[in-house]
Design a protein around this ligand. Structure first.
Ligand code: HEC
Length: 137
């Protein structure tokens, strides 16, 4: 009986520890297979302009016009919208950003249905542009 309660205690501890690990693991990481995708609209001015149009109609409410994550709707969210001009984001691949826009997570909507893959790539182009502008400000 004593052995059994020790086993139960250890097992419960293991579950709690694992649960904590999950909760603390807040990093949002895209599958590595997306890192090797090439943006078909790289440095394409027309695509950047089209991305901007979508961004300023759909994304700005949370991410803000300048992409800093401070749009008017951000105050009502429990997760802060990503800062699209941050160094962390600059280090991510275009493919990873495409995946995140496609799949969403929590309060970040999934845009797989709303926008075509081409439109989502154009959004990535515009996010890159936001990063550049912020650097020269
Ligand atoms: C309702 C608010 C909201 C809207 C609208 C929204 N986002 Fe987000 N976005 C978020 C939140 C919150 C996160 C952080 C999610 C997390 O980390 O769990 C996020 C994260 C992201 C990320 C991930 C950045 C990183 O850390 O790698 C990208 C990319 C992104 N959003 C792009 C967009 C684009 C493009 C649009 C418009 C088509 C958009 N978002 C619209 C709330 C929003």
């Amino acid at each position: 009986m004593k052995t059994l309660s020790i086993i139960i205690a250890l097992f419960t501890g293991w579950i709690i520890l694992n649960g904590n690990k999950q909760a603390g693991n807040d990093e949002w990481v895209a599958p590595v297979s997306f890192d090797t995708l090439t943006n078909p609209f790289l440095n394409n001015a027309k695509a950047i302009a089209e991305g901007k149009k979508i961004y300023e109609s759909t994304c700005w409410s949370c991410h803000g016009y300048s992409g800093k994550g401070n749009g008017p709707a951000a105050v009502g969210l429990t997760t802060k919208p990503a800062d699209h001009t941050s160094n962390k984001l600059l280090k991510e691949t275009d493919g990873a950003l495409l995946w995140k826009i496609t799949k969403g997570r929590g309060q970040m909507p999934a845009y797989e249905q709303l926008f075509s893959k081409q439109q989502r790539w154009k959004l990535v182009c515009y996010i890159r542009e936001l990063g550049k502008t912020a650097k020269t400000e």
